[in-house]
Design a protein around this ligand. Sequence first.
Ligand SMILES: Nc1nc2c(ncn2[C@@H]2O[C@H](COP(=O)(O)OP(=O)(O)O)[C@@H](O)[C@H]2O)c(=O)[nH]1
Ligand SMILES: [Mg+2]
Length: 300
Amino acid sequence: MGLFSAIKKGLQKTREAILGEIKGIAGQGKVTDEMLEELEERLIKADVGTSAAFLLTDALREEALGKSLSQNEVLDILRSEAERFLVDPPKFEFKGNPHVFLVIGVNGAGKTTTIGKLAKKFADEGHKVMIAAADTFRAAAIEQLEVWAKRSGAEFVRHAEGSDPAAVAFDACQAAKARGCDVVFIDTAGRLQNKDYLMEELAKIVRVLKKIDPSYPHDMMLVLDGNTGQNAINQAKIFHKSFPLTGLVVTKLDGTAHGGSVLSIASSLKVPILWVGMGERIDQLVPFNKAEYVDGLFKE
Ligand SMILES: Nc1nc2c(ncn2[C@@H]2O[C@H](COP(=O)(O)OP(=O)(O)O)[C@@H](O)[C@H]2O)c(=O)[nH]1
Ligand SMILES: [Mg+2]
């Protein structure tokens, strides 16, 4: 990867967008209320989201109101404040035998791809993996998931197109127990245009899983498309309201200019970002690292 981490490399466009906005205003004399207001607007324009823009400018107000700072000093304050409200992913621990992940998120967010990548990681570490095709809405979705399962050598449970997603999840977990799998990933559908129906479908999966074991699912993992900026923030809030999320994956941070949205997702939800997707390839999922991420946003 050279000197730059994958995260910093992928965030180049986001960094250009953010620094482009900050440069015209930071390091130009004293920090005043007008300057802070303008900075907040510009951060929002660069897609860091309203809650993070507020926290960042507020930190600058606390530390530097009335002072003349260089541009680098301003960037340093923003960096350390962002680092303060982000969290590094906790170390993964198996919470069950198998450990069950329910993977949720809107269509196109990258759920299936992320499951494929994670299955490979767990398999490479010597764990036995089960994948459940509980997005039963389209046959193509089931087949796409099966291809990923084959790539990682994971066990795979599917039913026919249009069948009950909860039944697939149930069968996959029973099979995982019988076959001694260490971890289960349950893929789900994400038609948010029919929000009530989707939430009910997911709630039913959870109810049915709890009949096998009340600790299931151990992880409720939301996958968000990092390319969608404010939209990703809104989706995170909608899902988190219906289901207490345990972790987030933000995909497509490679090549986007909207990668700053992660800041607002983290600051408004307080749910750790576990992984970030940095490309379509099976090896392009990396553990979230707040220091690398913050450097990726604010450090030239
Ligand atoms: N560039 C890039 N593309 C991704 C990433 N993750 C997923 N994709 C692509 O996003 C599209 C939708 O992904 P998919 O996993 O099918 O989304 P799902 O509908 O949530 O299951 C596919 O074309 C993926 O290859 C990522 O981290 N980077
Ligand atoms: Mg899918």
